[in-house]
Design a protein around this ligand. Structure first.
Ligand SMILES: [Zn+2]
Ligand SMILES: [Zn+2]
Length: 413
């Protein structure tokens, strides 16, 4: 009863705060459809202290609650595979387009190509390309310092994962910080009305399900089933997959480069995010198209961008400079030396390997020599130590105290 009571109090306070916000700020509703509508001014919004704005939570609540729709629609292989495919196609858009193009310009494209990329990026439901690029550039400028909007070291895990997006101060786009993008009115328009593409995308996914329902009933899917799997579940997973970079890529993994932030390289995060897990590499050199610097640092986004460059939709992929690769090689060498020293300290037996291994090689060599060289059974002296032979000789001939070179030669004859 106690816990139920606590839940009810929390629940009612949540709803009362939600409705209070609705009454207080109708502007917030307009902002869902027009992201540049700010009667109080963008500067004033950016000056508000960091806290969760319940009005900004509503789209997230709808997105997550929408996943429950599958309870009523069920599943089918085609719906689940569509969800998986749309996750990866749109993760590619987050990392290859919003991040590596709009934020860092690591390759070039035509104006039409740029617009097409912006539309593709819009399907990720991660707001407009200018908002995304502005916040990301800000992150690189202030990584892990108090100004960083989503540092897990400064704000904690949940704030850097999701809380920061709901904060009023992070809502506006500062167009002065993305002037290179703001000069294109079509991009500004997509950025301003940033829910248009996601809504059209959701309708398209629903329509795709409807087409399959009518023309391929054997697949066993419906329009609503496709909407819940292909849009709601896929988009929710995409959001959390992307957010892992904000919340975990500065906590989990190894640091190759001693950057001023705490960015890390993580193979697991690289798989989830198609290459963004090589975050320490990226923080060291953000202008390169690839983030996995070696072949074993799997970077699927880079492979996709490379393939796109063959179609000439994009051009001028920027490589990692030689100096950075040399720095990486030095850092890896230093890290392996430190790891070996640490292993020797933690496991004292490890250091004895240095004695064991040469001894084992010596034994193996002697054995191999014995196997290949013919045994001289008629001359046992060949297997005897010089001191041992000298001792035997002195017993046979007490006048000889030690074998001379000549006597030594005699032993061998
Ligand atoms: Zn970072
Ligand atoms: Zn970046």
């Amino acid at each position: 009863m106690g816990s139920l009571g606590a839940f009810m109090v929390t629940d009612s306070s949540l709803f009362s705060r939600l409705f209070a916000s609705l009454r207080r700020s109708p502007a917030a509703i307009v902002q869902w459809f027009d992201a540049d509508y700010m009667p109080e001014g963008a500067d004033k919004m950016r000056a508000t202290p960091d806290r969760v704005d319940w009005m900004r939570c509503i789209p997230f609540i709808i997105l997550h609650a929408g996943c429950l729709g599958v309870i009523w629609t069920g599943w089918s292989p085609v719906a689940v595979w569509t969800a998986v495919a749309l996750y990866f196609l749109r993760m590619f858009a987050v990392t290859g387009i919003y991040h590596r193009y709009f934020s860092h310009k690591t390759y070039s494209t035509s104006r039409l190509g740029q617009f097409f990329l912006a539309l593709w990026g819009g399907t990720t439901v991660q707001r407009g390309p200018l908002w995304w690029a502005y916040h990301h550039r800000h992150h690189h400028q202030h990584s892990d310092d108090p100004e960083d909007a989503h540092s897990p070291h400064v704000h904690g895990f949940w704030w850097s994962h999701i809380g920061w997006i709901t904060s009023k101060r992070n809502f506006p786009t500062d167009y002065t910080k993305v002037k290179d993008l703001a000069k294109f009115p079509e991009l500004v328009l997509l950025n301003r009305f940033d829910t248009v593409v996601p809504i059209l995308f959701a309708v398209a996914v629903w329509g795709f399900g409807w087409l399959l329902e009518v023309y391929a009933p054997g697949l066993g899917t419906t329009s609503w089933q496709m909407l819940f799997w292909g849009f709601f579940i896929s988009t929710t997973a995409l959001f959390h997959g992307t957010s892992c970079i904000n919340s975990m890529a500065h906590l989990m993994g190894k640091r190759r480069f001693k950057t001023e932030d705490d960015s890390r390289n993580s193979f697991i995060l690289a798989l989830i995010t198609l290459g963004e897990g090589w975050h320490n590499n990226h923080h060291r050199y953000m202008s390169a198209t690839r983030q996995g610097f070696y072949w074993w640092e799997i970077d699927i986004t880079y492979y996709g961008l490379k393939a796109l460059s063959w179609t000439r939709l994009i051009t001028g992929l920027k490589p990692v400079p030689k100096s950075i690769m040399e720095e990486a090689a030095r850092a890896d060498h230093d890290a392996s030396v430190v790891a070996a020293r640490r292993a020797a300290l933690v496991h004292p037996d490890y250091s004895s390997l240095r004695r064991v291994v040469p001894a084992a090689i010596a034994v193996a060599t002697v054995n191999a020599a014995q196997m290949t060289m013919p045994q001289r059974a008629d001359d046992p002296a060949i297997h005897k130590d010089v001191t041992e032979l000298a001792h035997e000789l002195s017993k046979q001939n007490p006048s000889a105290s030690a074998p001379s070179d000549a006597s030594g030669r005699e032993f061998m004859s």
